[in-house]
Structure formats: structure tokens, C-alpha cells
Design a protein around this ligand. Structure first.
Ligand code: SF4
Ligand SMILES: [Zn+2]
Ligand SMILES: [Zn+2]
Length: 324
């Protein structure tokens, strides 16, 4: 027997076992948008008078997030970072094309900021990673550092109230699980739907999709007809977080709602002071080269990456805007 939509009785497009809720396509899209708004309010992320920067990768989560925020009437600009990753599938080119198509076909009035790492700093992520110790085997650590730096800098210098990323519940739970497994108290202290801009130079970071399962964001993208990149970054293969996700999926399969309870329980316990973390904040100073806050002596870790290269064209505001 077909499962019916709880609201209209039509055939359901999705069944969310953890909420015991089945919805048709139309009511699912409505529910998804309402739930995003609820999360934004629940965690006081931003309001309609403020400008938000959405980090977009061409994937389902980030494009769906940008789509929902624009539908809700938020002042949301997109930020795409060109990493220069090919991996035999033209990964970065494809990602860029999806972001551009999203803007051109759906939201032509939206503003997409593009920072191409090779164009601005002279090397792609795999190139810069290959000549560093931390990136020799896999470029992820270098890539993460570069992305965090660029996102923060563009959000902060662009005067955005918040930088929004498309992290979903599965992402957050995998990170939390990893942090618990390794007792990374410092990371746990900083994990949550909102990371305040605690000190000058840092942008506020928010995750409006943190209560959605990955299949829910995928369903939204699919039902909305958003054309996104299906391939994962080729370097993601074999990562610990993917292994954690697989184990957690088994738990969820047997006990629907496990992931949501684990994450929300953690947030609640933190809020109620049941888990206290020492948050010793390192002394910060302005990087001698780029001016961004850093705890490293002299220049920041990002600038150090490009040091051995002939001086890159460090452009004060390394930003290209779509349509300009
Ligand atoms: S998986 Fe790809 S995009 Fe993600 S951090 Fe690694 S290199 Fe960067
Ligand atoms: Zn319905
Ligand atoms: Zn610097």
C-alpha cells in the first residue's frame, strides 16, 4: 500500500522515519523551507536586514541552502572557491559550471563571488599541497586551511553578518563522533550551528541545514530540479569521515533518529553546562603579510603556504564577481 502524505493524502514522495512523517513533493518542499527558517530563528543565525554569504561548492547541500535562503527573502550572496582539482573528472570545472548555471538559470539577480586560487595565488590546491609536508599524501589539510581562510576573509572584509555553509546533520554527526572518539575537547567546544565572531577579523559562521539528514537535502535538490555535481571530490575517498558516516548509517537504520538525538543532545548538554570545555584562547596578532588574525609568530599559516613560491599576486581583495 502506498504511503500517503500527512497533509493532503496524495502519494508521499518521502518518508522521514525519524519524524514519523511522510509528505508529497509539494508539501515536502514547503516543510523543508519552513524547517530551515525555524533553524535560523532557533539559533538566532541572522535576519532579513543582514547580508549573508553562502559558501557554494556546486553540491546539493550548498546550492539548496542558497536556493532556500533566496526563496525566504534573505539577502544571500554566494561564494565559490576554485580549488583547481581535476582528479580525472574535471571536479573543480564541473563544480564551477553548476554554480554558474544555478545563478544564470534560477537566480540571475543573485551575486556570486568567485575566488580562483590558482588565478589569485599562482597554484592549484593539489600543486601547493604537493610541496608541503602536511599535504604530501593528501591535499585535504591544505585545502581546508585555504578554504577557511578565503571564506573568512571574504565574509569579514565584505561586511557580511554571517558566513553560511551547507553542512547537514550527517556531516555534523560524523564530525562530533570523530571528536568524541578522539576526545578533541577544543573542537567540541567550537562545534555547533553558530560559531560567533568572537574576535576582530573573524566572521560569524552558521549552518542552517544542521538539523537535516543528507537524504533530506538531496530530496530537496531533486524535487526542486537543482542541477548539482553528484561526484564527491576525488580526494574525499577513503576519508575517516566517510567511514564514520557508514557506521552511523547502520545505527540509524536500526534506530531511526539516532543521529538527530546524538547531535541535539550534545547541543543541549553543552548549553546546560553539563559538558564544560576549557576554551583557552590563544593570543592573536595580525599576520605581517595579510593582516588576518593568527596565533602563529610572524605570518599566518595561509601566507606561509605560499612563501616558497615566487611572490604571488596577493591582491588586497581577491574577488571576482559574476556578471562584472
Ligand atoms: S576532499 Fe577535496 S574538497 Fe574536500 S578538503 Fe579534501 S581536497 Fe578539499
Ligand atoms: Zn501533500
Ligand atoms: Zn597571512
Amino acid at each position: 500500500m502506498a504511503i500517503r502524505c500527512r497533509k493532503c493524502g496524495r502519494e508521499a514522495a518521502i518518508m522521514m522515519r525519524q519524524h514519523r512523517l511522510a509528505l508529497c513533493d509539494e508539501h515536502y518542499l514547503e516543510w523543508f523551507v519552513e524547517q530551515t527558517e525555524r533553524t535560523i530563528r532557533m539559533f538566532r543565525m541572522f535576519d532579513r536586514s543582514e547580508r549573508v554569504l553562502v559558501a557554494v561548492s556546486g553540491g546539493k547541500d550548498s546550492l539548496s541552502l542558497w536556493d532556500v535562503l533566496l526563496r525566504l527573502g534573505y539577502q544571500a550572496d554566494g561564494l565559490y572557491i576554485g580549488l583547481g582539482i581535476d582528479g580525472g573528472i574535471r571536479y573543480s570545472d564541473q563544480s564551477y559550471e553548476k554554480c554558474m548555471r544555478f545563478v544564470e538559470e534560477r537566480w540571475p539577480e543573485a551575486r556570486l563571488i568567485v575566488v580562483d586560487i590558482q588565478e589569485v595565488y599562482g597554484e592549484t590546491i593539489p600543486e601547493v599541497a604537493a610541496r608541503t609536508t602536511r599535504g604530501r599524501d593528501k591535499p585535504c589539510a591544505v585545502c581546508g586551511l585555504v578554504k577557511r581562510y578565503v571564506m573568512n576573509r571574504v565574509a569579514y572584509e565584505g561586511g557580511y553578518a554571517a558566513l553560511a555553509t551547507g553542512h547537514n546533520l550527517d556531516d555534523e554527526v560524523a564530525v562530533l563522533f570523530g571528536n568524541v572518539m578522539n576526545w578533541q575537547a577544543g573542537y567540541m567546544a567550537r562545534q555547533g550551528p553558530v560559531l560567533p565572531a568572537s574576535r576582530p577579523g573573524f566572521a560569524r559562521k552558521v549552518k542552517p541545514f544542521c538539523r537535516f539528514y543528507e537524504r533530506e537535502t538531496a530530496a530537496y535538490a531533486l524535487l526542486r530540479g537543482i542541477d548539482y555535481i553528484y561526484d564527491e571530490c576525488p580526494y574525499a575517498e577513503g576519508s575517516t569521515s566517510i567511514a564514520y558516516k557508514e557506521w552511523l548509517a547502520k545505527l540509524e537504520e536500526e534506530r531511526p533518529g539516532t543521529k538527530l538525538r546524538f547531535y541535539l543532545g550534545f547541543l543541549k548538554a553543552k548549553e546546560e553546562g553539563l559538558i564544560a570545555f576549557r576554551t583557552d584562547e590563544a593570543e592573536l596578532h595580525a599576520c605581517e603579510k595579510c593582516g588576518q588574525p593568527t596565533s602563529a609568530p610572524g605570518i599566518c599559516a595561509f601566507c606561509r603556504l605560499w612563501e616558497r613560491r615566487r611572490p604571488a599576486r596577493v591582491i588586497p581583495n581577491p574577488v571576482r564577481i559574476s556578471g562584472s
